[in-house]
Design a protein around this ligand. Structure first.
Ligand code: 3PG
Length: 376
């Protein structure tokens, strides 16, 4: 696969597919490692004299986190200046792209606002850019498991290469050794995790752990409606989980919020009206015993809502234990990257920290990622 070293970018208009997908709290986009890292490729392209058009997504259509990239532009500009354009394939985008000078960058609006992003093919999204851009750079390894226009169609119509973030991921993954690996699977996207439920031992956390418990017949009460609302179709994953739980260890207690404060209750104390925010101390201890025995560890997604520090405890306790392991350790996903930054754990305590969640998981389960295939 080609890299940024393989082209002369001076005066060329370059479209960069970045992954800026970040946590949102009360409508505010939180600064993330993904935003910071994405700036590396953009800076390099600016220095090389390119005119840069950045495309990216936030959230999934129909979900509350699918919002404009206006705030992302501000956050990205803390590292390298980018102008936000409130358009993707309309007159506004056309004008701004045509005005770009060497070394300047614009960030277009959330591409998941366009239906055509989700339906790859020679559609109006890609056609708009034909004749306007010279080179396509994919810097979003974390979206390479998705067959979406910005990932699989663009490379068919433009000269293409990897950005530095994607290149770093691919080079690190070529070296990993995950024999007899313990999987610690959490986060907010439970569906992806099913691919890894085979022979390996699994510690189930986050929404995934809760769906495993539902699959085992636990009733959470009102919280289940909250989960259904939040996870939409992914909630039904629990039906598929029923027959796949032989090697899965589930939480035994959870943290809830009472009068704004963390309180821990046992799984057997459900159903009740409380919302789950994190795993409890007993689960942390149980998981820690398993982590100590592991020869290699892959951890994906947090165990609780890390936007509040009192509910980061489970995630940080697991990360701490993993950081002490003598086996190979691989951490994946945007949320865990941010959790590591918030904790005091040095990043070099892990063998590789990937910015990618689902894409890494697909890669580990042996799938060929469509986004990488398209770049070859
Ligand atoms: C991620 O957060 O893993 C990537 O941004 C991909 O997002 P998606 O799972 O909504 O495609």
């Amino acid at each position: 696969m080609k890299t940024l070293n393989d082209f002369n970018f001076k005066g060329k208009t370059v479209i960069v597919r970045s992954d800026l997908n970040s946590d949102i709290k009360n409508g505010k986009v939180l600064m993330s490692k993904r935003i910071k890292e994405s700036s590396v490729t953009i800076k390099e392209l600016k220095n090389k004299g390119a005119k840069i058009v950045i495309i990216a997504h936030q959230g999934r259509k129909g979900k509350v986190d699918c919002i404009s990239l206006r705030q992302h532009a501000k956050l990205l500009s803390k590292f390298t200046k980018v102008k936000f354009v409130d358009d993707i394939i309309g007159k506004g985008a056309e004008l701004e792209v045509s005005k770009l000078k060497n070394g300047e960058a614009v960030l277009l609006e959330n591409i998941r606002f366009l239906d055509k992003e989700m339906k790859p093919g020679k559609n109006s999204f890609v056609k708009f850019f034909i004749g306007k851009i010279d080179i396509y750079v994919n810097d979003a390894f974390s979206v390479c498991h998705r067959k979406q226009t910005s990932i699989v169609t663009f490379p068919k119509y433009f000269k293409h290469c990897m950005g530095r973030v994607l290149q770093k991921e691919v080079e690190a993954l070529e070296k990993i050794n995950l024999k007899d690996c313990l999987y610690i699977l959490g986060g907010a996207k439970p569906k992806d995790n099913i691919k890894l439920l085979k022979k390996n031992r699994v510690l189930a956390t986050g929404f995934f752990g809760q769906l495993c418990l539902i699959a085992k017949g636990i009733k959470f009460g009102e919280y289940e409606n909250f989960l259904k609302d939040l996870l939409k179709d992914e909630f039904n994953v629990h039906k598929k989980l029923k027959k796949k739980l032989d090697n899965v260890i589930v939480p035994i207690d959870y943290a809830i919020k009472i009068n704004g404060k963390r309180k821990e209750i046992l799984v057997e104390d459900f159903p009740n009206k409380h919302i789950i925010y994190d795993i409890g101390k007993m689960t942390m201890n149980r998981f820690s015993d398993e982590i100590k025995k592991a020869k290699a560890i892959y951890m994906k997604g947090p165990s609780g809502d890390c936007r509040e520090s009192q509910f980061s405890k489970g995630t940080i306790s697991i990360l701490n234990e993993v950081s002490k392991s003598s086996g190979f350790t691989l951490i994946g996903g945007g949320h865990l990257n941010d959790a590591i930054d918030k904790s005091k754990i040095p990043r070099n305590k892990f063998n590789h920290i990937s910015l990618s969640g689902g894409a890494l998981l697909s890669y580990l389960s042996g799938e060929k990622l469509p986004g990488l295939k398209a770049l070859k």
